[in-house]
Design a protein around this ligand. Structure first.
Ligand code: DOR
Ligand code: ZN
Length: 347
């Protein structure tokens, strides 16, 4: 049977949650990743060093082969002492959530404060961004501007990001889960060269808005930013297929219990962790680009984050299997579908 071995994935953006859900979903990341950048929008969020320390203690026991890479949530109260402490705790990135933009983003950065960055006023966020430069911490952005029409939110954020990058010339930024041609073009702007990267999810490489609401409403395909037009999806592929050095996998795997998705006010998030390598193999094979997988799924992120390449490898077999309907109370991406590649789980 055909099998392919690649370096283990570096998932540069994943939600593991806490408590029982963490226990249930962590093994999916542990099985195939050498490292994973863990998002801080837990409840309560990881916005103080004390909360991060407690979370580290909770998460560490779930990982043996996968290195957790820590992040914290930026708030308007984040102090210089906090940044220094977060750095000591091993944080690689500070996550900027515009207030109210997505799951647990209350207490994020208000539009008012975002709008005043780089305008020469001595705002607390300006000082925090400067300290990220000083301590080599990446600014990770949920790049949507709340309040705009939903399909325009990502483009709306780019204006602010441009200003931030102009004002802080040493700041290194990851624009997370890009979903539009405009964002893809922004990432390739030559002026930003090596200090701007973007993550792309497996689901944004596959879905368009039609898969969310073009037929019957598909709550398990609903995420933020929402999947857009076929041309937007194509622009993401163009970046991936040119092997763009600063474009890499961030799954944004975001588990929500079935009942929290299949209801009147369903949560945003696609739970891709249980099928991540398998779906990527399927998609890259369709594009005749299996050889580009390692760049996208580990090497580019390793370089951008300055990590030592891991020795861990994973093996994927050409072997049809049906994705379970539910994993730990959560409906996984491609649930019920037959996939043609399967991860070989080490004994
Ligand atoms: O779809 C999403 N789900 N987008 C996000 O930004 C957050 C995530 C979550 O935490 O559920
Ligand atoms: Zn996310």
């Amino acid at each position: 049977m055909e099998e392919i071995r690649i370096p283990a994935l570096l998932d540069a953006h994943v939600h593991l949650r806490q408590g029982r859900l963490l226990t249930a979903v962590a093994p999916y990341t542990e099985r195939c990743c050498s490292a994973a950048v863990l998002m801080p929008n837990t409840d309560p969020p990881l916005d103080t060093p004390e909360r991060l320390e407690a979370y580290q203690a909770e998460v560490r026991g779930h990982f043996k082969h996968c290195q957790p890479l820590w992040t914290f949530k930026l708030t308007e109260k984040t102090s210089l002492a906090d940044v220094v402490h977060f750095k000591k705790l091993g944080c690689v990135a500070a996550k900027l959530y515009p207030e109210g933009v997505t799951t647990n983003s209350a207490g994020g950065i208000s539009l008012d404060v975002l709008g005043n960055v780089g305008k020469g006023r001595d705002m607390p966020l300006d000082r925090t961004l400067q300290s990220l430069c000083d301590y080599s911490i990446v600014l990770s952005c949920h790049g949507e501007l709340p309040g705009l029409f939903c399909l325009d939110r990502e483009a709306g954020f780019l204006y602010h990001l441009g200003r931030i990058m102009h004002r802080f010339a040493a700041l290194r930024v990851v624009l997370e889960h890009i979903s539009t041609r405009k964002a893809a073009e922004f990432v390739t702007l030559r002026g930003y060269a090596n200090r701007l990267a973007a993550t792309i999810t497996a689901h944004h490489l596959l879905l368009t808005l039609d898969d969310v609401l073009g037929d019957k409403l598909a709550p398990h395909h609903f995420c933020k930013p929402v999947a857009k037009r076929p041309d937007d999806r194509e622009a993401l592929w163009e970046l991936v297929l040119q092997g763009h050095p600063n474009v890499f996998l961030g799954s944004d795997s975001a588990p929500h219990l079935r009942g929290d998705k299949e209801c009147a006010a369903g949560c945003a998030g696609v739970f891709t962790a249980p099928v991540l390598p398998e779906v990527l193999f399927e998609l890259f094979e369709q594009r005749q680009a299996l050889d580009l997988i390692p760049r996208f799924t580990s090497q580019n992120a390793q370089r951008f984050y300055g990590l030592t390449p891991s020795e861990r490898t994973i093996t994927v077999l050409r072997h049809g299997w049906t994705v379970p309907k539910e994993c730990a109370g959560v409906v996984p991406f491609r649930s019920g579908d037959v996939l043609s590649w399967r991860l070989v789980t080490p004994a």
